[in-house]
Design a protein around this ligand. Sequence first.
Ligand code: AMP
Length: 182
Amino acid sequence: MHHADPQREALRLRTLATLRDVPDFPRPGIVFKDITPVLGDAALLRDVIAAMVAPWLGEDITHVAGIESRGFIFGVPVALALGAGFIPIRKPGKLPWRTMSQDYALEYGTDRLEMHIDACPSPSRVLVVDDVLATGGTAGAACQLIARLGGDVVGCSFLLAIPVLKGRARLDGCRLETFIEV
Ligand code: AMP
């Protein structure tokens, strides 16, 4: 946490006020955190990207891995700011070249992510980026894929975390930075 910085705290409050809660999307009982009003505000978009970048300056990140789809939106500007390349981590069947896949558990059933086998040759220092950390299943699977393909996962960066879902527990051993917790 960085509550000591008044500018950062003002930005956190402005972002919280701009995020939109959409109840019962995509299913009854889920409160969806809609980031599109943040994306649509030019100054806010610039400032939240800078806030997601700041903790990783000086970490020699070589690649930012973004998780489909909203991780792509935040991942590319973060990569540009860090002087890093970008790796798309995608849903099954989307990547054209040879892939490695990783299954992970959902509340009911399983899901799968894929990555190109040559995306993070060793030595790569990879930062995982997504919009929301909920249960951590998705980001955990992304970290496993990167490690299996020879990359070092330096950490994970999220705009927003929902701590009650305990996503941090599924990312242990990895540095985690979240701009906002709700
Ligand atoms: P997780 O449970 O951490 O694996 O989250 C799964 C994916 O769904 C992540 O990519 C999140 O961006 C997204 N997600 C999960 N819960 C929410 C929510 N309440 N609002 C918006 N996105 C969510």
